[in-house]
Design a protein around this ligand. Structure first.
Ligand SMILES: Cc1cc2nc3c(=O)[nH]c(=O)nc-3n(C[C@H](O)[C@H](O)[C@H](O)COP(=O)(O)OP(=O)(O)OC[C@H]3O[C@@H](n4cnc5c(N)ncnc54)[C@H](O)[C@@H]3O)c2cc1C
Length: 403
C-alpha cells in the first residue's frame, strides 16, 4: 500500500495529513518538505515573531510527538524534483523514491523578488520563511532605518513591527492606495492615516526606486524624484508567485496556480493540489481564484481528504483573512471585488469600524477594524445562502455588537 504522499510541509500540507487521518485514512501518509524545520505558522513571521514577542516553539503547528502518534512520516529538508504520474512515484533531490496512490501538491508560493536596481545588495530581502524572518530580525536589530517596498499586508505588517522596534520606516507603494488587491478604498485610507500617525513615511503612487549601497551593503533608496532615503535594510513585499514547477513538469494543467476542480483534483485523478499553489473554480461560477490565506489552506485540506476518501464534498468556503498592524486588527470576510456600494458602521476616530460591501444590493464582503463581532457574524451570514441587504444590516449587526 503506497498511501498518500504530500509534497510541501507547510500549512496546507500538514493540514491535509491531519484531515486524512481524521477522515479515517488508514494507509501510509508521508509529508515531504523542503524546509529544514517542523511545519510552522507563517503569519507571526511579520508580526509577533519579528518583534520577538513570540518564541520559535510557539510557531510550530504541532510538536514532534504528534507525527509519530498520527503515523505521519515526515521527510524534512527534502526537495521533490519529479512527479512521475505514469509510475505513480515522486523522486527527491537526494534520490529517494516514494510511491503513491494519491499525491497531494501543497507547494505553496514564493515571495516575488524585487526587480529594481540594487536588489542584490546585502540588507535587501523578502519575507516568506522562518529563515527569512530570523535574518530580518537580526538585520533590524542592528539598524536604525528600514525601507519597505510594497504596501500590501506583509509590507505593512513589517513596517508596523519595525516601528514597534523603534526604527525609522518608509513605505513605498506604486499604487495610489494600500492593500488595494484585498480591501476597499475606505480601509486603505484609514490604514494610510494610521501608519502616518505612527510615524511611517508613507509614499503612495511611488515609481520604481533604486537601491543604492556602498561596499556591497545597502545605504539608501533613491526615489523616482531623485530623493535619497537613508536606510540599512530594505524589505520587498511585492507579492508571491505560486510554486508550480513540479506540476508543470509533470504535465498538469497550470494557470496562475495548479488548476483544480471544486474537489481539489488536478487534471490527474490521483493528484490533488491545495493552498497557495492551487487555482480553483470561483464558487460564483465566474472564473478561477487562487487565495493566499490560512483559511483557504485549512478548508481545502478537508476537501482533499474527503475526495481521497471517495466523498463528493466541494470547496465553497467563504474566504476570510486577517492582518495585525500595531493595535489594529483588520479582519476580512468575503471578496469585495466588484462591489457597487459600501456602508460603514462604527467609529473611525476610535479605530473600531466595519465596511460592508454590497453588489447589486446584496452583501458580499465585510472588512472590520477592531470589531471582531462583526467579522464573526459576517462569516456565519455570508456562509448561509440567505441574501443580506442594506436594510437588514441593523437586524444582523445590532448596535451592541458593534462595540
Ligand atoms: C510573513 C507572512 C505573513 C502572513 N500572514 C498571514 C495572515 O495574517 N493571515 C493569513 O491568513 N495568512 C497569512 N499568510 C499567508 C499564509 O501563511 C499562507 O497562505 C499559507 O502559509 C499557505 O500555506 P501553503 O501550505 O499553501 O504554503 P506554504 O506555507 O508556503 O508551504 C509550502 C511548503 O512547500 C514547500 N515546497 C515547495 N516546493 C517543494 C518541493 N518541490 N519539495 C518539497 N517541498 C516543497 C515549501 O518550502 C513550503 O515549506 C502570511 C504569509 C507570510 C509569508
Amino acid at each position: 500500500m503506497a498511501g498518500a504522499v504530500i509534497i510541501g510541509a507547510g500549512q496546507a500540507g500538514l493540514q491535509a495529513a491531519i484531515e486524512l487521518r481524521a477522515a479515517g485514512y488508514d494507509r501510509p501518509v508521508t509529508l515531504i518538505g523542503e524546509e529544514d524545520a517542523l511545519p510552522y505558522h507563517r503569519p507571526p513571521l511579520s508580526k509577533a515573531y519579528l518583534t520577538g514577542e513570540k518564541s520559535a516553539d510557539a510557531l510550530l503547528m504541532r510538536g514532534e510527538a504528534f507525527y509519530a502518534e498520527q503515523a505521519i512520516t515526515l521527510a524534512l529538508d527534502t526537495i521533490v524534483v519529479d512527479l512521475d504520474r505514469q509510475r505513480r512515484v515522486v523522486t527527491t533531490a537526494d534520490g529517494r523514491v516514494f510511491p503513491y496512490d494519491h499525491a497531494v501538491l501543497a507547494t505553496g508560493a514564493a515571495a516575488r523578488p524585487l526587480s529594481c536596481a540594487g536588489r542584490g545588495l546585502d540588507g535587501v530581502q523578502v519575507l516568506r520563511s522562518r529563515f527569512d524572518a530570523e535574518a530580518l530580525r537580526a538585520r533590524l536589530a542592528g539598524a536604525s532605518a528600514l525601507v519597505v517596498i510594497g504596501g500590501g499586508f506583509i509590507g505593512l505588517e513589517v513596517a508596523a513591527s519595525a516601528r514597534k522596534l523603534g526604527l525609522a520606516v518608509t513605505v513605498l507603494e506604486m499604487q495610489d492606495r494600500l492593500m488595494a488587491r484585498a480591501v476597499g478604498p475606505g480601509i486603505s485610507a484609514f490604514f494610510a492615516q494610521a501608519h502616518r500617525a505612527r510615524g511611517v513615511d508613507l509614499r503612495l503612487g511611488e515609481g520604481p526606486p533604486e537601491i543604492v549601497g556602498e561596499g556591497g551593503r545597502v545605504t539608501a533608496v533613491r526615489l523616482a524624484s531623485g530623493m535619497l532615503v537613508p536606510c540599512q535594510v530594505v524589505v520587498g513585499g511585492v507579492g508571491v508567485t505560486p510554486n508550480v514547477t513540479l506540476a508543470e513538469a509533470a504535465g498538469l494543467a497550470v494557470s496562475n496556480g495548479i488548476v483544480v476542480d471544486a474537489r481539489q483534483r488536478t487534471s490527474d485523478e490521483a493528484v490533488f493540489a491545495l493552498g497557495d499553489c492551487a487555482s480553483f473554480p470561483h464558487p460564483s461560477g465566474e472564473g478561477r481564484l487562487r487565495l493566499e490565506s490560512v483559511q483557504n489552506a485549512v478548508d481545502q485540506a478537508r476537501i482533499v481528504a474527503s475526495a481521497i476518501m471517495g466523498r463528493s464534498d466541494t470547496y465553497a468556503a467563504v474566504p476570510w483573512f486577517w492582518s495585525d498592524q500595531y493595535d489594529l486588527k483588520l479582519q476580512m470576510v468575503g471578496l469585495s471585488h466588484g462591489h457597487t456600494h459600501v456602508v460603514e458602521r462604527g467609529d473611525r476616530e476610535t479605530g473600531r469600524f466595519s465596511a460592508f460591501y454590497f453588489r447589486d444590493g446584496r452583501l458580499i464582503a465585510i472588512d472590520s477594524v477592531n470589531r471582531p463581532a462583526d467579522h464573526m457574524r459576517g462569516r456565519r451570514l455570508l456562509a448561509s445562502a440567505a441574501p443580506v441587504t442594506e436594510a437588514d444590516l441593523d437586524l444582523h449587526f445590532p448596535a451592541q455588537a458593534r462595540h
